[in-house]
Design a protein around this ligand. Structure first.
Ligand SMILES: [Zn+2]
Length: 274
């Protein structure tokens, strides 16, 4: 593919989004760009005709990219995406890949042919994989998987697996994926209660497991494993995403929150370290 950096546009209309203008620097981007490249029609982000950033799909002058900060994580992540999520600007699973690019694996869900690499990860003896899925709905669909969080993380690499789609889609994906049934569940119910009680965070949605966004469920799962600093790094990035996205929707200025200040502080300390 020809690539001429001199001619590379910094901003284009959402109707012109093409696949080869942004570096695919994490697994989500690789999948998203493959999808854009395969599209017969140019991808059109819904609604407004604002100039969007090619990478984060937010408004050019209020873009998320400047707040992106990559971090190490004591656990790994596997996102299994419903196909509709890959190009959706509101998708929040991608925030996990943005923040922990070295630790995040991303796959598009396929009912009949699960990707071999995904099955290998799920079955790897080196990993302790846990699926984040509301237990209330498991009764009918799951075999009695252990729900114990306490013996996680010894010797094996803890790997959090999440189905990234609307609740309805995720439920369907789970039901139609026999290969997922052997992955034990991680219970985040207690984590939800704790965060409600401490009021430490304002969760964006009603805190029922089914209604959490992908990234919120992941933040609570990381807290459940007591990696609170790691959870906070992701939470701050999500906070900024949320404030920028709400501003885009309502055509207002984004709120500046404490998360913005914490991210700037982390970015500054990285500069000093280097
Ligand atoms: Zn951006």
């Amino acid at each position: 593919m020809k690539h001429d950096p001199e001619k590379k546009p910094t901003a284009i209309n959402s109707s012109d989004v093409s696949s080869n203008d942004v570096e695919a620097d994490n697994a989500f981007e690789v999948l998203r760009q493959a999808r854009l490249a395969a599209a017969t029609k140019p991808f059109k982000a819904r609604g407004v005709s604002v100039q969007r950033c090619l990478r984060c799909q937010l408004k050019m002058h209020q873009c998320l990219c400047q707040w992106r900060l990559t971090a190490n994580s004591p656990v790994d992540f596997i996102l299994i995406l419903h196909r509709k999520e890959v190009l959706k600007p509101t998708n929040t699973g991608r925030l996990i890949a943005d923040t922990f690019p070295k630790h995040t694996y991303v796959f598009e869900w396929n009912r009949t042919e699960p990707p071999v690499a995904l099955l290998q990860l799920l079955q790897s003896p080196e990993r302790d994989c846990r699926l984040i899925f509301p237990k209330t709905d498991m009764d009918n669909t799951a075999e009695s998987s252990p729900m114990n969080n306490s013996n996680i993380g010894h010797k094996k690499r803890t790997t959090l697996v999440i189905l990234d789609g609307s609740w309805r889609e995720a439920k369907k994906m789970y039901a139609k994926s026999p290969w997922l049934k052997s992955v034990p569940l991680l219970d985040i119910g207690e984590s939800i209660k704790q965060h409600q009680a401490s009021n430490q965070y304002t969760l964006r949605q009603a805190p029922k497991e089914q209604q959490l966004s992908t990234v919120e469920a992941m933040i609570l799962a990381i807290h459940a494993l007591e990696h609170h600093n790691t959870a906070e790094v992701l939470h701050d990035y999500y906070d900024v995403f949320h404030s920028l996205y709400s501003a885009l929707r309502s055509n207002t200025q984004p709120n500046v929150t404490a998360a913005h200040a914490r991210i700037r502080k982390r970015q500054a300390s990285l500069v000093t370290e280097n």
